[in-house]
Structures are given as C-alpha cells and as structure tokens.
Design a protein around this ligand. Sequence first.
Ligand code: ADP
Ligand code: MG
Length: 722
Amino acid sequence: MARRTTGPAPALAAVGDTPLTALAGCGPKVAEKLAARGMTCLQDLWLQLPRQYEDRTRLTPIRALQPGVAAQVEGRVEAVERGFRYRPMLRVAIGDGSQATLVLRFFHFRAAQVAQFQPGARVRCYGTPRPGLHGLEIVHPSYQVLGAAAGDELGDALDPVYPAVEGIGPVSLRRLIGLALDRLPDDESLELLPDALREPLRLPSLRKALLTVHRPPRDADVAALLAGTHPAQRRLALEELLAHHLSLRRQRMAQQAHAAPVLADTGLAARLRDDLPFRLTGAQQRVFDEILLDLARPSPMLRLVQGDVGSGKTVVAAMAAMVAVAGGKQAALMAPTELLAEQHLANLRGWLEPLGIPIAWLAGKVTGKARAQVLAQVASGEAPMVVGTHALMQEGVVFHDLALAIIDEQHRFGVHQRLALRDKGVGGGDGPGAIVPHQLVMTATPIPRTLAMSAYADLDVSSIDELPPGRTPVQTVALSSERRPELVERIRVACAQGRQAYWICTLIDEPEEGDKPGAAMNGASMKIEAQAAQTTFEALSAQLPELGIGLVHGRMKPAEKQATMAAFKAGRIDLLVATTVIEVGVDVANASLMIIENAERLGLAQLHQLRGRVGRGSAESSCVLLYRSPLSMLARQRLETMRETSDGFVIAEKDLELRGPGELLGTRQTGLAEFRLADLVRDADLLPQVHALAEQLLVDAPDTADRIVARWVGSAVRYAGA
Ligand code: ADP
Ligand code: MG
C-alpha cells in the first residue's frame, strides 16, 4: 500500500515523509535496520512511542519492593556467588539497611563485571523484581556501580523506553528519535483529526501529545504516564485505535466488494440435522440461521463463530457446508492440527456419508499417488467436501468451485492463512471477476465483546452461547504436586469403573525464564515436553500395570499419534499421557478425569481448552491442576479462576485482565500490527468514540481516513490490499 497517496497533503505535512537518512548519524546501514522494522521516514520515528517509562527520579527501599513492579534501588554488595546450574550464573546480593536483601542475577557476564561487585561496593540498579529462591531478585538489571563518594544525582524526569530495534543500541535510537522530534511541524500541518471531532473529546493536539509522551516534562503527572492514562497518551491511543479500526473496516469493505456465490438451503442441511443422534441447541440453530442469511447474499460471508469448548461448533459448520454442497459447489474445512483434522474427518464421515456425500482428505502426510488423486478430485469437483490441514492452502491445490471455506480454531492461524484459503475461489485471488468463497471461522477462545468489536471489525460475530444439555460441570481442584501419589490411586479407581483419564504433561521452564504462560513453543521446548511426557508415561506404566496406557506427544509420527488416539477413543486405552498437543478439539466423551501437571505454567486460555477435553459425557468429571510451589501471584489467580468458573467468557475476561489483549489475541490472531501505545483493556472506554469517529470519517472525509490509516498502520496492512 502506498503511503499517503490520497488528498493534497499540506506542504508542511511532507516533513513527516522526509527519509530518515536526512538525520545526522543515520547512514544507509542504520536506515536499513530501521526500515526492517517498518520505519522509513520521520513520521515513523515520531510514532515510535515509548512502551514504558523508567522512573529513576527516586529510590525504592528494598523492603518496599513489590514483585512485578519495576523500581530503582540503591544498596551495597553483601555477597557475591558465582555458580553454574544449567549455565553460568552470577548472583549479587545487595542490602540497603532496610532489613531486606535483593539478589541481582546475571546469566551473561564478563570477568570485569564480577570484579566490579566487591563486597561493600555501592550499586544503583533498575529492574523488575520477581520472587526467587531467597526473596526477591532482579534478572539482568540495568545497573551502575557508584563511586565511593556520595552524589550521583537522581534523574529529574521519566526516561522513555523504546521498543528495541535490532542492530541499533537504545542510546542511538533515542538520539535519532530526538532528532526527528526536533523537526516536528506545527499543529496545523500535523493534525488529521478534524477539530469538530477532536474538540469535544478535550484531548491535546497531536504535536503536544507526541512531545509529552516522548519527553515527559518535569512536572508531568508521573503516575498517569506510568499507568498509560495521561491525556497525551489517551490522545495517541484514540488515534491509533481509530487507525486500526478504519483499516479493518476498509478490509471488510474491500472483501465485500467481491462477488460470492449465492447459496440457498435446499434441505440437505435439514436432512443432516434430522439424522443427528441429538437435537441442536437453540444457540446452534440460531447461529446456523445467521449463516444461512449470509450465504444467500451475493457478497462473501465473513463470519466468526465463537463458542466455548464443547458447544458444538463442528455440526453447525457441517450444516453450512451442506448448503454449499447442495448447490453443486464445494466446501473446505481446515483445522490447525492433523489430530483435530482427523477427528473432523471421522465425525463428518459419520454424518455425511449416509447422505451420500464423500469426503476428501488432504494433509501433509497425504503424498504421492494418494495426493495426486485427491488433488484431481478437488480440481474436478468430484470431491464436494474436503477436510484437511494447512495442506489445503498450498499452491497445487485448485478447487473446481469452492463456495465455502471453513477454518476451525482460527486463533491458531494467521490472517494471511485465512486469506490464502479465500484465494482458492473461482478465478483465484482477488482479481477482477474472481468469485470469493464465503468464509466461516470458528474459535473456542471467546473474546470479550468490546475486544471482539475492535479485533474483528472485519468479521461478523456469532456466539454459540449454550452448551448441549446433559453435560455435568467439571469439578476442578488445584493440588500441590506433592500429592501426586493420591492421584495415581484416583486414576486406578476411575479406570476400574470403566472411565478414562488424561494425564497432561507441560513444559517445565527453568524458573529464571520468567512468568510467561502460553509462550510459543519452539522445537527445543517441544522436545523437553516430549521427554517429560515419556518419563511420566514410564512412571505411570510401572505404577498402574493393570491399565492400558498410551502416550501422545508432538514429536511422534502422525501415524503413531493417530493410532493411539483411535485406541483411546475406542476405549482400548484407559489412560492417555499427553502433552498439550491435545489442547484443541479432541473429543472423547468417556474421559472424565484430567490431571494437568505444572498447571501453573499455563495460561488461562490453554487451561480452559485442556479442561474442555473432559466433561463431554454425562459422567461426573474432574480436573486436577497440579502445581509446584511457590506460586507467583499471577499463577495463583489463574488457578483460582479455573476453580471458580467454567464459563469461557468469564475466563476470557479474566485472562484479558491478567494478561492484556496483546497476548490474548496475539498479532497472529488479529492480523494487526502490535499497538504502539493503545491497550484495548486500559483504553476500552475510548472504543465507542473510536467507532463513532470511524463512522463519521468514512462518510465525511474518506481521504482523511486513509491518511490516518497510512500514518499509524502503514505498511503493516500491506496484506490487506484485499
Ligand atoms: P466444539 O464447539 O468444542 O468444537 P464439538 O463440535 O467438537 O465442539 O462438539 C462437542 C461434542 O458435542 C461432539 O461430540 C458433538 O457431536 C456433540 N454435540 C454437538 N452438538 C450437540 C447437541 N446439540 N447435543 C448433544 N451433543 C452435541
Ligand atoms: Mg471444535
């Protein structure tokens, strides 16, 4: 997307377009590094807003430190310990006479650093303390060893902390931003929000707001700035939220400008419904009706169906697919893991084959002749319904007439992937004359309403807000891992009664890695997790010789995984030891007991997903959250939330409160660039204004709307050239 192409820009506004190489000290190399982060002109640096501030204007006594709250501390070195646990480590204990000790912990350090920390040396440091083995500790604080004499003035204003840019040190980055700010033009040429819209909100001008957040004046409201609620920050957050909202609205408008097949229900969906062994819930029927209305329009449906785990989204999707198939067209269902896709395949076969509808299967492991055959069936239209994984989006996959693309557990996919399946419509992509399939995306991660309106401004949202009848709520308890032996007995009893159980092994982080639930898994952590599961599997097999025990983890061959899952589903395995690979979708109604090890390491959304694997039948189910002490405050709150509620929406709200929307939604899910400054929870009260402003701008000043999007979202919406 070209930058600021619309409207005659006032001459001075062009200052913002000045390339960064115009700044002293910004040679081609530095410019390249900045460009890699999407920063090419002055305006990009103006909007490179501080993520937070460091308050070095005062010292906090060690005794008054709070876990998780950054602070500046000064003290004398009391003890130094060099050790080696998993890797080299340096621990420096400092005291400040406040009857408490703080440990500074380093994993990377040079000999010269060790030499600095002589007992008695005066150290000033800044960082975020966390509970450690012996009281609070700060890992890799920024620090300074002070001279023997007194002195060393405290700072007199907050220090902005900018998001790191690879290859440019924080000092250079700050200098460059400072130089860019020196060229900030006057209000008139900078401001994009029409006065009539801005004035009633009583927020400062853009220029004033930018200067305040980058260079907090001495007398600024420190507490407000630290909390992100200063009027200057609110002003910027408003404009940023507006830009993102406008950009999603634009994407949606662009999408809907395409043609889509008009589909009418010919009764096939009703036949499927009538053949089901259960009755649809009211919520399922309502959501299906909403989908039907969308499908009957000549523009593509863009609908998100959110429904708690077990609410029965799959059958609604299958009914939607029947509408496409009845119209002589194709439907595709894509799931994020092979395990889940296989399960959909089995379910759909059970439902659709009696209706005479064959289902094609496409996953990474389908290769050679089999693959060629499936591709041919998909291309000829012989296969009306295709189920699979990411493999569905690959280049060689050509549909004859794809009318409906269904994406399950969409939070596991990126927006780009969603669009890739869309591009499988007739005529391919979004070129002229292309027919775009209707899109149905499903998620079990409920999104609080305010957030949904912002994160999914490009989608309509339907909620299956009712569980099928006859489910008994899962009893959840949290137990210290010392009580593990009791659980072995509990499994023995449950399985003797013909029930089945899951034992979930999670990654055990090294404690110093910080408290980051739900962090993305890389190959190494998957390996550690697999090892933990292997060990647990062996131990439980020894302790429970009379049971059939299976093992599933991410490093097994798909065929092995599937065989084990099938055996578990068929009841040939009593106890399934698994890693979090079974988090999504797995459905075995007879399983009524789940044990989650190291539950304190997992985020709420993940715990909720896992727990959703039990309580699917009529048997009384329970979930045991095993944790290792000591619990951080956040972990304690998460476990408490899990004990108190099984309502996915309540859990999502709580998750949002504890983690913030960035982690809840993730950039992958929203397809948004990370916000520079806005925070959907903190700034939630701005959202109604944002929506109203967007509405007005789109009608009255579409050019301005474009410029606001370009300014804040810029290249990040390239994919949205949709
Ligand atoms: P999710 O919304 O988590 O994807 P599923 O679609 O996997 O849920 O459904 C969970 C289970 O509930 C499946 O076994 C499904 O067949 C069953 N189910 C779906 N709808 C109903 C219903 N209305 N009554 C009873 N069982 C249902
Ligand atoms: Mg599902």
